[in-house]
Write a protein that binds this ligand. Structure first.
Ligand SMILES: NC(=O)c1ccc[n+]([C@@H]2O[C@H](COP(=O)([O-])OP(=O)(O)OC[C@H]3O[C@@H](n4cnc5c(N)ncnc54)[C@H](O)[C@@H]3O)[C@@H](O)[C@H]2O)c1
Ligand SMILES: [Zn+2]
Ligand SMILES: [Zn+2]
Length: 342
């Protein structure tokens, strides 16, 4: 085995990224080492690339980025009764400590000392990566490998739609990036009465329509104001958040997923008070409840995640992949890191 590996590194606190060779990591105590098979690029990785304020508060360069991965365990350093060499695993992004009050209350995803795989510490856009044993998820082998890589954002959607309690409700999904697309699919699977979704990008509306039961629109007009029991906000842009406030039915619920690039303003009296709405937010996935739900959706084929994978790139071509990500003319982009040899 060569002593170095190719990795995507955020080297400096400024826009941009570096693809370079770095030493293969040793396996720290309490972690496993994986040979990474696939990775997938997340909206958060665009923020890392662009060095947006939210990322500046979460990431200290230099680190290897990438949190959506699937890999094969090649080394275990510690007690891991549920894992063995050769297991095909993914990483929960929110690395919790197991000891704080939140962890003890079952809220590990908002642990008091939470660290993030791929933005608070080294992640997985590299030929090899290490993952804490406690945040290593053993994948169900019946799920296709590529879908294992993309299941983490599906988990965000599952967590949001579960909080939305969408059964028999009129649901609006704002923003059809991969997370929003998944939210539409999950709302279908969880029995929403009607799902409407908006995104200014035609490519993404058409892609979503191909694998879900949805009506898509460029934007809503006033006839759709106050119409939706549940709004899933997955755009993170001020206009999308404004639309969510207008569209939600009085006494309805907005579930916030999208992360604004900067502070936003809203008319508190007009929306929060007069409409008596509930705003819930999600940060990651519930550990491990959401992963079990996601596995059920994939195993039962209620959701076919391969449909949202539109591009595949080699790790060395990360910059090119990022350009496509930023264009919005894509679904999920897969990075072939050590793909199976057929
Ligand atoms: N809360 C969490 O735990 C969590 C986890 C993952 C991602 N995120 C965030 O969720 C958001 C979605 O993630 P993604 O990977 O799908 O990102 P993305 O950037 O691919 O998708 C955002 C979509 O919103 C659309 N959009 C832009 N303006 C709009 C408007 N006015 N109305 C409706 N749609 C509009 C864009 O065209 C794009 O398709 C991002 O902000 C991301 O950072 C949050
Ligand atoms: Zn992600
Ligand atoms: Zn904790």
């Amino acid at each position: 085995m060569s002593k170095t590996m190719l990795a995507v590194v955020k080297e400096r606190p400024e826009p941009g990224i570096t693809v370079k060779h770095i030493p293969i990591p040793e396996t720290p105590k309490g972690e496993v080492k994986v040979k990474v098979i696939y990775g997938s690029i997340c909206g958060t990785d665009i923020g890392i690339y662009d060095w947006i304020p939210w990322v500046q508060g979460h990431l200290k360069p230099p680190i290897v980025i990438g949190h959506e991965i699937v890999g094969e365990i090649i080394d275990i350093n510690g007690d891991a009764s549920h894992l063995k060499i050769g297991d095909i695993v993914s990483s929960e992004t929110h690395i919790y400590d197991e000891t704080c009050e939140q962890c003890k209350m079952g809220n590990q995803h908002v642990c008091d000392t939470v660290q993030f795989f791929g933005y608070g510490r080294d992640g997985g856009f590299a030929e090899y990566a290490t993952i804490p044993i406690r945040t290593t998820w053993r994948n169900d082998p019946s799920i296709p490998l590529k879908e294992m890589s993309v299941q983490e954002p599906l988990g965000n959607a599952v967590h949001a739609v579960t909080k939305g309690d969408v059964s028999d409700k009129r649901v609006l999904v704002v923003g059809l990036g991969p997370v929003g697309m998944c939210a539409v699919a999950v709302a279908n699977a969880y029995g929403a009465r009607e799902v409407v979704a908006i995104d200014p990008e035609l490519y993404r509306r058409e892609l979503t329509e191909k694998f879900t039961n949805v009506t898509t629109l460029e934007k809503i007009d006033t006839k759709d104001f106050n119409r939706f029991h549940v709004v899933i906000e997955a755009s993170g842009v001020p206009a999308g958040i404004q639309t969510s406030l207008d569209a939600v039915y009085p006494a309805g619920k907005i579930v916030a997923i999208g992360i604004p690039k900067k502070e936003i303003t809203l008319d508190w009296g007009k929306y929060i008070i007069d409409k008596e709405i509930t705003i819930e937010s999600i940060f990651g996935r519930r550990i491990w409840e959401t992963w079990h739900q996601t596995t059920d959706l994939l195993k039962s084929r209620k959701i076919d995640l391969q449909k949202i994978i539109t591009h595949e790139f080699e790790l060395k071509d990360f910059e090119e992949a990022m350009k496509i990500m930023k264009s919005g003319k894509c679904g999920k982009i897969l990075l072939k890191i050590n793909p199976p040899q057929i």
